[in-house]
Design a protein around this ligand. Structure first.
Ligand code: RIB
Length: 287
């Protein structure tokens, strides 16, 4: 089984700061560095490092060609990543504080040049029973959901960053939502009964995660304790990629959550987003 991730590709500009800048404050950073990022790219790397055949569709500018090269090196099929010559690649200005917490400002850039035509072409190339993975950082999401659903594909949706546009999407066609605690509240407020037949996986950071299956099953797992949190950026993306990868490998949702929690624990103990994501053979705490 393969996964098609129709997702964002960002250039992350990361400032290391003592604390997240406060309202009205001017703060000197300890360093600044440029990295590959974007929830889409991070999740594709997590899927690939977890051993799943992954294709990524999306859009970059000329300045983002290195993102495509990086994904290719990870073994991700990048044939449906469009290069748009007159737009900047999506960009994230990230503050990472000494306690590992982060805050992010996004420039959508070419992530919002994703068209229904790009989406349809990418989906039509996928074998039957492929999984489609989406986040809320690209344009043409409605078409992604409608076309993938018409092709009977299972759609996993991480509606992050959450905003009101989510309420306009055909959410009842989603198989599984992957959200954090705040997003879960907002999703319920926006979607209400429309998602009653969907699976919802909610992560609670250091308090673990909960899976509510459409059949009424509720599974709760504890987080893996991390003594030295260095950078939480991309931890949720690591969880998402490893959870889906484990399901693809035939694991139960409970096993998949445990593997995902172990992978996220490794990711937060390292700096960066994409580069912090572990390979499957680095996870010693799971079978
Ligand atoms: O989830 C982390 C990601 O969010 C960063 O890599 C940044 O690009 C934003 O999309």
């Amino acid at each position: 089984m393969q996964v098609l991730n129709i997702g964002s590709l960002n250039i992350d500009v990361v400032y290391r700061v003592p604390h997240i800048v406060r309202n009205g404050e001017t703060l000197a950073s300890r360093s600044v560095s440029k990295h590959a990022g974007g929830k889409g790219l991070n999740q594709s790397i997590a899927l690939a490092r977890a051993g799943v055949k992954t294709a990524h569709a999306g859009a970059i500018g000329q300045d983002g060609v290195f993102l495509k090269e990086l994904l290719k090196k990870e073994g991700v099929d990048c044939s449906e990543i469009a290069v748009i010559s007159d737009e900047p690649t999506g960009c994230a200005i990230i503050q990472v504080a000494d306690d590992g917490e982060n805050s992010i400002i996004l420039l959508r850039g070419t992530n919002f040049c994703v068209t229904p035509a790009i989406v349809r072409k990418a989906l039509e190339k996928m074998p039957e029973n492929s999984i489609v993975l989406l986040q809320n950082e690209i344009s043409a999401l409605k078409e992604c959901i409608e076309i993938a659903s018409a092709m009977n594909m299972r759609i996993f949706f991480n509606p992050s960053p959450m905003d009101e546009s989510i309420g306009d999407l055909p959410l009842e066609l989603i198989d599984t939502f992957l959200v954090n605690e705040n997003e879960s509240r907002e999703l319920n407020a926006l979607a209400g009964r429309r998602i009653a037949n969907c699976n919802v996986l909610t992560t609670f950071g250091a308090d673990g995660a909960e899976y509510c299956g459409r059949d009424g099953d509720v599974i709760r797992i504890a987080a893996v304790k991390v003594d030295n949190v260095v950078d939480t950026t991309g931890a949720g993306d690591t969880f998402t990629g490893y959870f889906i990868a484990s399901l693809v490998h035939g694991r139960t949702p409970e096993d998949a959550m445990k593997t995902a929690a172990a992978a996220s624990a490794v990711a937060v103990s390292r700096p960066g987003a994409a580069e912090a994501i572990p390979y499957m053979n680095e996870l010693t705490t799971v079978r």
